[in-house]
Design a protein around this ligand. Sequence first.
Ligand code: MN
Length: 265
Amino acid sequence: MVNCGSKGSDVRGQPRILISNDDGIAAPGIAVLQRVARQLSDDVWVVAPEQEQSGASHSLTTRRPLRLHQLDERRFAVDGTPTDCVLLALKRLLRDHPPDLVLSGINAGSNVGEDLTYSGTVAAAMEATLLGIPAIALSQAYIDGHGIPWGTGEAVAPEMIRRLLQRQWPESTLFNINFPAVPPGTSVTIAVTSQGRRAIADNLTDGVDPRGRPYYWIGPAPEHGKAEPGTDVAAVADDMISITPINLNLTNLPVLNELRDMFEA
Ligand code: MN
């Protein structure tokens, strides 16, 4: 049993920050996020999946045991999902001194609109939120063939996080931040957005494997049409930083009231 949450390992007076992601422990974006977190605290911990888990959503590994591999004093890999990582970090590794903040990312590619329901990046922040720890998901948009402009998000993330930490953290809520696909150094504005929707076309590629059997490969969803203004989808398309408050209570309140009239009246 690893337990690094004991006294002596904490850095006094500094917020404890836990970092996870869904691109895996070796992904470049998690190194960027570590640099961001180190601007806010010296007490930064990383618990991330051994393998890429993009599209894992909020899945939990229950049919086999999980292993926590220590790579460094405060850096661990888990052979599981982003949700597994946050769960193990909060319930075992850091249980005696839980983090004040969980950061997830920085994901290679935006997480907007419907992505929120597929994203392992957002799911790590969801898990932290469910367990009562403030959490932020961060993603960096990029254009295929142009590299990932990590410096764009890295330049503004520390100050955005600092400002979010200054306010009372809302209950059951995480913040989803997306940085636009513009070169580092570009001046970017922040848009406060709602979760949008995209007009998603068929994203299945059909092929035939070397043994002659058909296969289907899910690719990035081709988009068409214009995004609704005020949404995360529109903001990132317009080269703005998007920040969306995401509520983990999924109840549709107007419909709940309609149902009461229908079934309870
Ligand atoms: Mn990912």
